[in-house]
Design a protein around this ligand. Structure first.
Ligand SMILES: [Zn+2]
Length: 313
């Protein structure tokens, strides 16, 4: 063998080793299951019930559901009941004493030690394709990591959020229709902003209208998932929850207010256990449920606080 040929062969071999880690076959580089996670900011559980939401209802009908999900843990409750700590717990699977985010300043954030759950997906399945579409900028700026595609749609006030939720939906739908995506996170902010403007309550028509609009967007996403050529083989799980409820025009300091701290969780797909989830559920269960569905083995060293919920044994 000539030296230049040997050198080019070595380079090819190194490249192959780099792309496909030697311990994993090509099939083992990606999960055999898929997940869509939808976060709807500031959606009160009783308002979800009051609104006409046929698409979310259909997911609940076929899947696992609870209206008793706690946004605060038992061990630690010193963080505020607002989006910074809420989405941090929702996306990392640990409470605020670990991820370090107690308010919307993100001071003390420790996502190096407690990363976004995409990190664990990638650790086990290096070729898994992860997508994040959000219109609350801090999620993209601070929390998201290990995303193959992440987009942010900045907004201020309920009108801009309503417009940007449509953009989030459009890109999520395109991804779900066309991409070889394994886990997709879509965050929609208009319901919360509408609550802050008009009131968080089932009797507030603007709030209910915002929820019904989001339900139509969820419907578009579900149709996109079902339209996938390999939908039957891909075993999609759809998980929907929120970071907190609300009362009056806000939700801060809601530690003892049920309408703020107790919320809902939908876990739906052919792997979900239909019916009411009997165990106590928490916000930190969300990513652990998604990871478990995808076949990621939870390592105790990650010190996750959540449990998988709503899945078949
Ligand atoms: Zn809010």
């Amino acid at each position: 063998m000539t030296k230049p040929l040997l050198r080019s062969l070595t380079i090819v071999l190194l490249a192959v080793t780099f792309v496909f880690s030697p311990s994993l076959s090509a099939e083992e580089q990606v999960p055999t299951r898929r997940a869509l996670l939808i976060g709807i900011d500031g959606l009160r559980a009783d308002a979800l019930k009051a609104a006409k939401t046929p698409h979310i209802d259909a997911l609940i009908e076929k899947g696992a559901f609870t209206e008793n999900t706690q946004i605060l843990g038992e061990r630690y409750q010193d963080n505020d009941t607002i989006s910074g700590p809420g989405w941090s717990s929702f996306l990392t699977g640990v409470w605020a004493d670990k991820h370090g985010v107690n308010d919307n300043s993100f001071t003390g954030k420790n996502y190096t030690e407690y990363p976004h759950f995409f990190h664990y997906v990638k650790a086990q399945f290096p070729q898994a394709q992860t997508y994040s579409f959000v219109d609350w900028t801090p999620i993209d700026e601070h929390i998201v990591s290990d995303a193959d595609v992440h987009k942010v749609y900045p907004a201020h006030g309920h009108e801009e959020y309503t417009k940007q939720d449509r953009e989030v939906t459009r890109d999520t739908v395109t991804t779900l229709r066309e991409a070889d995506c394994h886990v997709v996170m879509a965050y929609l902010g208009a319901v919360d902003e509408t609550g802050h403007r008009y009131g968080f309550h089932p009797s507030v028509s603007a709030y209910i209208t915002a929820i019904e609009r989001v339900d139509a967007q969820v419907g578009q996403m579900i149709r996109a998932v079902r339209s996938r050529p390999d939908f039957d083989a891909e075993n999609w799980l759809i998980v929907i929850s929120t970071d907190h409820g609300g009362q009056g025009l806000g939700h801060g300091g809601g530690h003892s207010i049920d309408e703020i701290r107790t919320t809902f969780l939908v876990v739906s797909g052919s792997s979900s256990q239909p019916g009411e989830i009997e165990e106590q559920t928490y916000l930190v269960d969300v990513p652990v449920t998604v990871l478990t569905h995808l076949g990621v083995e939870i390592d105790p060293d990650w010190k996750l606080d959540g449990q998988p919920r709503g899945l078949k044994e």
